[in-house]
Design a protein around this ligand. Structure first.
Ligand code: AMP
Length: 432
């Protein structure tokens, strides 16, 4: 039997992948930018386990959302605990924040995370059963300036990665009063059209009518064209919050459109919700999104602190970069690849190899040379700068052959200067 990844999963390989977004070097590049941008904005990394008590997500994300209701990977451990692979990041981070009483340590908290999320969805391009997210959570500040900061962070992340053709959509789902008022008006509007709604929307009509707004069903979409806008039902406070956010975005000259249909899938949002979309992605065009979740912490048994965050799908970012042919900085291979011809040469070169590595110079070596040309083609495959070949006769003369793999030039140099020569070359070409 030949084993393959389970459905909806994929591998990230150091080489040999036809799609560049599945190459480790591409991921390293994205992760580096994520760390850099987070650091510039003063966000610190938080890492939580990939599974939690299922109850956390049922309580937090809410049982009416698809990711909990239909898509969660649930399992029972040997002690009959109900556990779930995390479908999203926020619940786990707030759990850790409350569990470790971080709220007692300072007045505002800014976290970022990078890691896999699990959702049992129907796989298609850009939709996987394990996908990665880069996300942030800013806890403790209610001011709309905090919302603008979080949106600007994600915008800068996309910008630094070199993404083009992306758009930002913002909306407000208001506070509880605004939402209740809107819900009444919205269900009144929908009631006469109930029979024409999709099966899924009929269920949502009872459980969480707001979610009908982001239905992808074309009939639902058509029905919604005359629907009331949530923005007309915002309380004074919610309206004030939203208009201040819009003013901040205008001042930043950050292009956006207001999309009254964005409510986001999760139940815990309040006030600001936003989404970035990529024009080049086709059906799965949501690049990343988030929103404010004042009231979520108390729901999980924590203090009454406001928060806002986002989750950005990494696969979709990298796929967009591949489509747009965004250049990824070239990852260089080792400075040297040793090719010993004979046992004595191998002993000698192994010493040099370890010496170079102890000096912090990337070096590698063939431990079983059969044909020099196959060792040389391996040296090229790993992007080595020089291949250094040592045979018994050269060893007697205390010489070693250097082959420059960028120019294919070959020459012999004294063995005794080898480490100094390589060290100087490394110093001159790499700032250390
Ligand atoms: P969400 O919490 O559903 O808004 O997800 C945040 C981001 O993660 C989305 O904007 C997508 O970019 C990405 N995402 C969500 N689900 C998947 C999935 N199944 N496969 C790949 N990316 C996903």
């Amino acid at each position: 039997m030949q084993y393959k990844t389970a459905k909806g999963l994929y591998d990230i390989l150091p080489y040999g992948s036809k799609e560049s977004w599945k190459l480790t070097s591409t991921w390293h590049y994205l992760e580096k930018i994520a760390y850099e941008v987070s650091n510039i904005f003063g966000y610190e990394e938080i890492r939580t386990p990939i599974f939690e008590h299922a109850e956390l997500f049922l309580r937090g994300v809410g049982p009416t959302s698809d990711i909990v209701n239909k898509e969660m990977y649930l399992f029972t451990d040997k002690a009959e605990r109900q556990l779930a692979l995390r479908p999203e990041g926020t619940s786990s981070i707030l759990r850790a924040f409350i569990e470790h009483r971080l709220f007692e340590t300072r007045k505002k908290h800014k976290f970022y995370y990078l890691g896999p999320m699990f959702r049992y969805e129907r796989p298609q391009s850009g939709r996987y059963r394990q996908h990665y997210q880069f996300g942030v959570e800013a806890i403790g500040q209610k001011d709309p300036c905090q919302d603008a900061e979080v949106i600007e962070l994600l915008n800068q992340f996309y910008h630094k990665l070199g993404l083009k053709n992306i758009s930002l959509e913002v909306n407000s789902v208001g506070d509880l009063t605004s939402r209740e008022n809107f819900k009444t008006a919205f269900t009144e509007f929908l009631r006469p059209h109930f029979d024409g709604l999709s099966k899924e929307s009929k269920v949502r009509f009872e459980k969480n009518p707001l979610r009908i707004l982001d239905s992808k069903d074309p009939h639902d979409q058509a029905l919604l064209s005359g629907a009331p806008s949530i923005l007309s039902y915002l309380s004074k406070e919610a309206e004030d919050h939203f208009s201040k956010l819009i003013a901040y975005l205008n001042e930043l000259s950050l292009p956006y459109t207001i999309n009254e249909r964005i409510v986001r899938g999760l139940d815990y949002y309040s006030h600001t919700v936003f989404e970035f979309k990529a024009a080049d992605l086709g059906a799965q065009n949501a690049l990343g999104g988030g929103g404010r979740y004042d009231g979520f912490l108390p729901l999980l048994g924590g203090p009454n602190l406001p928060g806002i965050g986002f989750g950005a799908g990494i696969e979709r970012i990298l796929m967009t970069m591949e489509k747009q042919k965004v250049p990824i900085p070239f990852q260089s291979g080792p400075l040297v690849y040793f090719i010993p011809l004979g046992e004595t040469a191998q002993k000698k070169l192994f010493q040099y190899l370890c010496q170079l590595r102890r000096l912090g110079i990337p070096a590698d070596m063939d431990f079983q040379v059969k044909k020099v040309h196959s060792s040389l083609s391996h040296a090229s495959a790993i992007n080595a700068r020089f291949a250094l070949i040592l045979g018994d006769r050269e060893l007697e003369k205390k010489l070693i052959t250097w082959k420059d793999l960028t120019t294919s030039e070959e020459r012999q140099k004294p063995l005794e200067h080898l480490i100094d020569d390589l060290r100087n070359h490394w110093k001159n070409n790499n700032a250390i």
